[in-house]
Write a protein that binds this ligand. Structure first.
Ligand code: MN
Ligand code: MN
Length: 319
């Protein structure tokens, strides 16, 4: 199949509100389809929020994000990138999940992404809560451990919840570092803020070399200086990108489980993601949009707009 077979449906041809919504109006390519061999970047939903410790609902994210993503057009207005020309992109559907069993869900998601990885497809994921990053990293990481640039109000480096339970959306990157999936000296976390438990997560990360950029440092230094530093830390190393929608100020993106005030605007977030162009990127995710807390659909719109920025960065990667 050629690149012509992987183009989104244009709003010039079919109105955006019509038809069955796939991510960005791309063709849907099933796991057993012959077309899968020609896919370069796969957009994937993980409709699962079994790692949520507080307000749930991110399991409904992929469906609403697909709906809102029909408003995305093909060409980036500032950089001129058309990710759908640069790579064959397709909607690979949703990873299989189990809403009633955390361990089983993580195993199912890992197996799905192992198959994606084996087919040399770069995954761009829509969550789901932030624990979904762990099974994705289990499929992508370890040989060698990956670098990561992580946008979030929270470190997600906590050890356990509720008396020793190790797998929640507050723990994925501590587990990923412990499991050797991430090289902590090549992990950059940007935008951390909000009231704290005791700061143990931040201390644990810093002891292992994680570069944690709190919100005040980001806002004082600006997106350009911070991304220059982040690029220097990850260098040419294979790098994963994780974007929690709660990175953005809740005045722009209230539809999420753990909002924290005093965050960047949507514009600042866009400029930060554009700072990823040209890195050796191996995948990205955008997580924690919770439609039950997103009455207007505005947070899902922010989420898919960030997904388009991430897609353009993946399409502009150094490989
Ligand atoms: Mn967060
Ligand atoms: Mn998070």
């Amino acid at each position: 199949m050629t690149n012509d077979d992987f183009q989104p449906v244009s709003g010039f041809d079919v109105p955006r509100f019509a038809g069955i919504p796939t991510f960005m109006r791309l063709p849907m390519v099933a796991a057993d389809s012959a077309a899968r061999a020609d896919v370069g970047i796969g957009l994937i939903g993980v409709p699962w929020d079994g790692g949520t410790t507080n307000r749930p609902g991110a399991r409904h994210g992929p469906r609403q994000l697909r709906d809102l993503s029909t408003m995305i057009r093909a060409v980036h207005p500032a950089t001129g990138v058309n990710p759908f020309k640069a790579n064959n992109c397709a909607d690979l559907g949703d990873a299989p999940v189990n809403p009633a069993d955390v361990t089983d869900a993580l195993e199912r998601v890992t197996a799905f992404y192992q198959a994606v990885h084996a087919d040399n497809i770069i995954p761009l994921t829509a969550g789901g809560d932030h624990l979904v990053s762990l099974p994705i990293l289990r499929a992508l990481g370890r040989k060698p451990p990956l670098a990561m640039i992580h946008y979030d109000a929270h470190t997600d480096l906590f050890d356990d919840y509720f008396g020793g339970f190790k797998y929640t959306h507050g723990t994925p990157f501590r587990r990923a570092i412990e499991e050797g999936l991430l090289d902590p000296a090549k992990v950059v976390q940007i935008g951390i803020r909000g009231t704290m438990y005791d700061g143990e997560d931040i201390a644990w990360g810093r002891e292992r070399g994680v570069r944690i950029i709190m919100i005040d440092e980001l806002m004082d230094r600006g997106h350009q200086a911070v991304m220059e530093e982040a690029r220097g830390i990850v260098g040419d190393h294979p790098t994963y990108v994780s974007f929690d929608i709660d990175f953005i100020d809740p005045s722009f993106a209230p539809g999420t489980g753990t909002p924290e005030i005093g965050g960047p605007s949507t514009y600042e977030a866009q400029r930060l993601v554009r700072g990823l162009y040209g890195l050796n990127l191996v995948g990205a995710d955008m997580v924690e949009v919770s439609p039950p807390f997103d009455a207007s659909g505005g947070t899902a719109w922010v989420g898919v707009s960030i997904m388009f920025e991430l897609l353009c960065a993946l399409a502009s990667r150094k490989s």
